[in-house]
Structures are given as C-alpha cells and as structure tokens.
Design a protein around this ligand. Structure first.
Ligand code: ADP
Ligand code: ZN
Ligand code: MG
Length: 481
C-alpha cells in the first residue's frame, strides 16, 4: 500500500477455497476422476446431464468432507442437503451445479496460522460438498472453443472463511495451512497448477476503526501462491486509489491477469437469487449418524499442528525445525524413521533441512523419491559421533550417498575416508609440516600463537581432511612448545 495511506485503511479478506477430492470416482456416478485423460473419455449419462438418469451420492465424498470438518474444528451437521445452483455455461451440461446451499455439511470451525511468530485464528463459515464443472478450452484451433467434460462431476469441497484475513501475507499463510491439512488427510493433492486446489478471494477495505464491512470485489483465476499474493496486493492498492480519488468500490467479480499483473473487471457480482437455488429433488438429504462420524474420526491421522508440537516436545528441536520437518507427512515420516535408527534429533534435522532438502529442491523431487534413505542419514551421523569421519568429510560422504544411494560405511571404506585418530600417524604428518615450514615454526615457538591455525590447516590438507582435528591441535601444541 502507498505509504501515506498505509495506516488509513484496514484490509478485509475472506477466501473461498475449492479442493478437488481424491476419490476414485465422481461424486454422483462411477466415472473415473483421474486427471489428464483424453477429453470426454471419462463421462457417462449422469455426468453428461442426459435425461432419464439419477445421481447417486458417493459415500467417500461425505467421508472426506467430514474428515476436513474434524481437522478444522467444525460441527458436522446431522442433516444436510444438496441444492441446485442454476446457471448456463457450455461446460455445465445439466444447466445447474449440484452444491449445498442452506444446509451445508460442516458449520463453523477455524484454522490457526502463524504470522511473525504469533498465532492468529481464522474462522471458517462452512464447508460444503459440490460437483465440479467441465473445462472450456479457448483458442485451441482458430476461433473455436472446446469443452472437456471429464471434470464434470468430480467432487469438490468448498471451504469458506470468515472475513478474518487482514493482509495478503495472512491470506497466503491461511491457504498454505489449508493445503497442508488436505494433504495430511490425503483427501486432495493440493496441486494448484492442475487446479485441484484453487481459491477465490473476496477483498474489501475500510477506514481503520470502522466496524461495518466495505463493499467487496471477488478476485478469481490465480493458480499459485505467488499470484494470489500479487493479485491481492494489486487489488488492495486499486481499491485504495479508487476511494482516495473520491470514487466508490462496486461489487464485482474480477479476473487476475498474470501477464499484465493486474485484476480486470469480469462481471458485476451476481446475487444468490440469480442462481434460483432450490433443493435437489433427485437426492435424499444426507444424514450423518453419530456412529458414522465416529467411524470417520478413526481415519484421522495426526494433524500438522499436533505433529509439530510433539516434535518440539519429544525431540527438543527448535520451532523452526519442527515447522519445516512437518510441512508434509512424508518428510515428517522420513525424519522420524532416521531418529528411530539413531536418536540424535537435532543433528539429523540439520542434515535433512540443509543438505537433503537442498539437493531434493535442486532436483525438483519430493522426499518420497529421495536417493538417500533415513537409515543412511542416521548411520552417517553416528559415524561422525563415533569419530570415524569428521563433520567435514561427512559433507563429501553425503553428496556421494545422494549420487549413488550407497550406505555411508561403504562409501567411507571405498574412498578411504576413515578419520585418522591414530596418534603416531598424525604425529608423522605434523613432523612433516613442521619440517617444511621452519620459519613459521620458529615464530610459533617465539609466541605467535595465532599460527596454530596455519599448522592445523596444513596438517588437515596433507591428511586429505581425515585427521581428527582435536588430536591435530593437541599434537601441534605439544611439538612446538
Ligand atoms: P456472497 O454472497 O457474495 O457469496 P458471502 O457472504 O457468501 O458473499 O461471502 C463469501 C466470502 O466473502 C466469504 O469468504 C466471506 O468471508 C467473504 N466476505 C464477505 N463480505 C466481505 C467483505 N466485505 N470483504 C471481504 N470479504 C468478504
Ligand atoms: Zn459419469
Ligand atoms: Mg456466498
């Protein structure tokens, strides 16, 4: 925001997140939900909206939505129902989308985010189930638009936040947290490129101190965290300029244009009554019994916040380490496996957060594909502790492990990297270095203590980094006293 207006306005953001569920089949028919099949090959009369067929609710969709409700502390409604949201679009063959409207499955809840080390709670309004629409592909061949209905009927949950978010940074933190949760639950792959995790952002501003909400604009079409942050920043700035210029914000839907880095007006905002919502007559209400809820509760994994706190408590690692290590279930599992093999939690954390994640990021692969296995990192850390290799040599060993997937002891043996701790061997090297550097040796004897660094460096070099540094230090001092 411009400096002069920074303290004048408060930003208000509420997010609507759509997460595609990882069920094998669609929400109301048996068609596959697999991404990337050739267009219109995963369709049937139900998802094509042909007459004379009826939808049947996929129970796993309800299970997944309940899991998300539990994970975000919402109330699971014992009775909820589907409704028709009517609108015309070529990628919506029925002419309506089956969604939930007045009676969503999950009510309320919250998600805690961390901003500069302080925890902020973002309220949730609701989570409901709905079907996805198809996909229009524009500009493929000349002036034509094509429609792919493979995505029609793929299950979604929509997670609606309260207007509790106060900056673009908070919005991104909130989204990262939600994505982390759906991934932990394994109900959505969180892939923003492929559109399986997407968000519409409602943005308004108001003078600081004002308690009623300002008029909002809804921004769509952002497919990465970076774009969401940029789009929100642009939109906030735009609204401030409109208001500062004496204008009024109009309620509208705006599209993010990532090439130009701006939001552009798409249409004036539709109202709920434009959709002619009415209860879906082809589906019975969803009744979730206490028993059903409890069955689903058993499927909940340990969630990111719980895992983070347990890591801090049990492994006594810093908050930051715990945050990085629990950013995915797979990474947390990798870490715990290594610590189980050799309980040096901080040392192992350092190797994973530093060398391993760096190499994985460079290669663009996930920890599941890591060429280095948890027990190998554990074994390497143990070799350092046992004095078999120095921390410096371990860097080389790690790189070799990463390249070859060999065990660290094999690498150390093959390359002759075992640390030299044998006194007489080190003495031999020290003698040689002293003999080759008589002037420095004289100076050291004469009181130039600082030269110790020079001698240690020479000995380490001559030993190929393998001499035990503590022993080297001690022997040099003894010989030159
Ligand atoms: P609509 O009826 O336009 O869909 P809702 O009241 O259902 O609006 O809210 C949709 C989303 O917009 C929610 O996430 C909500 O928190 C957010 N929202 C509502 N009013 C505002 C506002 N004035 N400024 C920013 N966000 C808002
Ligand atoms: Zn189908
Ligand atoms: Mg709404």
């Amino acid at each position: 925001m411009l400096d002069k207006t920074k303290d004048k306005y408060e930003v208000v953001i509420g997010l609507e997140v759509h997460a595609q569920l990882l069920t094998k089949s669609k929400i109301f028919c048996g068609c596959s939900t697999k991404f990337g099949a050739s267009p219109n090959t995963q369709t049937c009369p139900v998802c094509l909206g042909l007459p004379g067929v009826l939808p049947v609710l996929n129970k796993e969709v309800v299970n997944f939505a309940i899991m998300m409700g539990f994970a975000t502390n919402g109330d699971i409604a014992p009775n909820s129902r589907f409704a028709r949201k009517n609108y015309f679009y070529p990628d919506l063959p029925k002419g309506y989308q089956i969604s939930q409207y007045e009676q969503p499955l999950v009510i309320g809840g919250h998600v805690d985010i961390s901003i500069d080390g302080t925890v902020k709670r973002i309220g949730l309004t609701r989570i409901h189930m709905e079907e996805d629409a198809g996909k229009s592909i524009h500009g493929g061949g000349g002036n034509t638009s094509l429609v792919d209905l493979n995505r029609t009927g793929v299950p979604l949950i929509e997670i609606v936040s309260e207007p509790d978010i106060r900056s673009s940074e908070e919005a991104v933190e909130y989204l990262k947290k939600l994505r982390e949760i759906v991934r932990y639950l394994e109900i959505c792959d969180g892939n923003m490129d492929e559109g399986s995790f997407r968000c519409d952002a409602n943005v308004s501003i108001r003078p600081v101190g004002e308690t009623t909400l300002g008029t909002k604009a809804e921004v769509k079409n952002m497919n990465s965290f970076k774009f969401i942050q940029k789009a929100l920043e642009y939109e906030i700035e735009r609204q401030v300029e409109v208001v500062e210029g004496g204008g009024r914000i109009i309620q509208e839907t705006r599209l993010w244009d990532s090439d130009k880095g701006i939001t552009v007006s798409m249409r004036s905002k539709e109202e709920a009554h434009d959709y002619r919502y009415f209860p879906e007559p082809d589906l019975v209400p969803v009744e979730v019994s206490v028993e059903w809820k409890e069955e689903v509760r058993k499927r909940l994994p340990e969630l990111p916040d719980e895992k983070r706190n347990r890591f801090i408590r049990d492994y006594e690692i810093p908050d930051y380490d715990a945050m990085v290590l629990t950013s995915s279930r797979a990474l947390a599992g990798f870490y715990e496996e290594a610590v189980r093999v050799y309980r040096k939690p901080k040392a192992i954390s350092n190797w994973i957060m530093g060398d391993l994640l760096r190499d994985l990021n460079l290669a663009g692969i996930e920890v599941e594909q890591s060429p280095v296995k948890p027990h190998q990192i554990a074994a390497m850390v143990k070799m350092i502790d046992d004095g078999i290799i120095s921390g410096k040599i371990a860097k080389t060993v790690f790189e070799d492990m990463y390249k070859t997937s060999k065990d660290p002891d094999v690498i150390v043996k093959e390359k002759g990297l075992v640390q030299i701790t044998d006194e007489s061997a080190i003495e031999g090297i020290v003698d040689k270095v002293i003999a080759e550097n008589p002037i420095q040796a004289e100076a050291f004897r004469g009181g130039k203590d600082k030269l110790i660094g020079f001698f240690v460096g020479q000995v380490m070099k001559l030993s190929g980094g393998k001499a035990n540094p503590a022993a080297v230090n001690e022997i040099i001092k003894r010989k030159l006293s």
